[in-house]
Design a protein around this ligand. Sequence first.
Ligand SMILES: [Mg+2]
Length: 418
Amino acid sequence: MTNQFILHIDMNSYFASVEQQANPFYRGKPVGVCAYLSPKGCIIASSKEAKKVGIKTGCLVSEAKKLYPGVILVKNEPAKYRSTTEKIFKILSDYTERIEPYSIDEAFLDLTGYIKNFQQGEKIALEIKNRIKKEMGEWLTCSIGLSWTRFLAKFASDICEKDNCLIIDSIKKMEQIFSQVKITEAWGIKQRMERRLNQLGIFTLLDLKNFPVSNIMQALGKPGYYLWANANGIEIEGVRTQEEILPKSIGHSYCIPKQTNDLKYLSAVLMKLCEKTGRRLRESGLEAQGICSGYSLKYGGGYFKSQKTAEPLFTTEEIFKAAYNLILQNPPETKVYMLAVSVTRLKPLAGQLNLFYKAKNKNLCLALDQINDKFGEYTVFSGRMWGMGEQAHDRIGFRKSIAILSKIDQTIYEKEQI
Ligand SMILES: [Mg+2]
């Protein structure tokens, strides 16, 4: 055991609770937050009352109505959940600057150095719970896990009762809990892994803890070591702040169907790539201080250049100007088949706390993003993109983005694919 103190907080039935907080008529009733209200739309979050009648995440709207005809179905409002998260994270930031936003409704807090023992940690956990209820609304409850590793803290909040707090403060307590829960309750162990562990004779987390590490590494490799270390209370990753998990770059490339070196056409494609790049940048609450752009030529060769920029890049227009400038330094002389752009040297937007804020002087850009969020991609866009139509489709949902804020949209998107 080390003297680390990690807290994991997980909001209960988050989107549904936010809706119940916003509308008193929804409270105490089965509520399903849906991606779309059409019969084929699916539930992305259900209230605890809805869960009781069997309406779970992933359930179709038509199924939910069959399960409980009186169910209240609400279309999701990402902006509402984001602003609530922003406020909750502000409360959390009063306790440590080492916060890892894990998802829209979960975070890790590293309290090491701020507290001396788990009793003090418990006090903080209860205070956080009370402050959220008091400052945000009584309907917003959470589960909190507290332990000495990131894994154990998350494990504790996962198995903890709703609106409660579970502390794993000793090996003895850890072993006692490990002997009582199913192995698949552990963070990251799904049925497939369970089967492989069963084959090794590991049936409980306690078995996993006591298994010879060399044997498990032989059978499962590095992931085997991680499982074993987690079950032995050995820290693997620790809490990673926003700065530490920043991506190195954000960018898009596109193989253009109409291969040409016509700069007017290429600049329109480039603008669209910059718009997509810019949107991901803004969704992540980041700005860039570097640009990279270029092209590949149909008959071999190409040109790519990167540059540090004097001013930070944030808007699509800024990204486009920087990217197009690089290309103009060496315009293609023969047909281009691929264009690419990426922004580099990323950092959280200046003067702002983490990613949960709105930039004041960049509101127009964010407003345009919101309109496009609401009414579909490219409802509003730069004149330069006219005539681009369906080219350079938005691929959100297909690639894993680090953006916590965009995670919710991706979740919605991915669930819609079921
Ligand atoms: Mg949750």
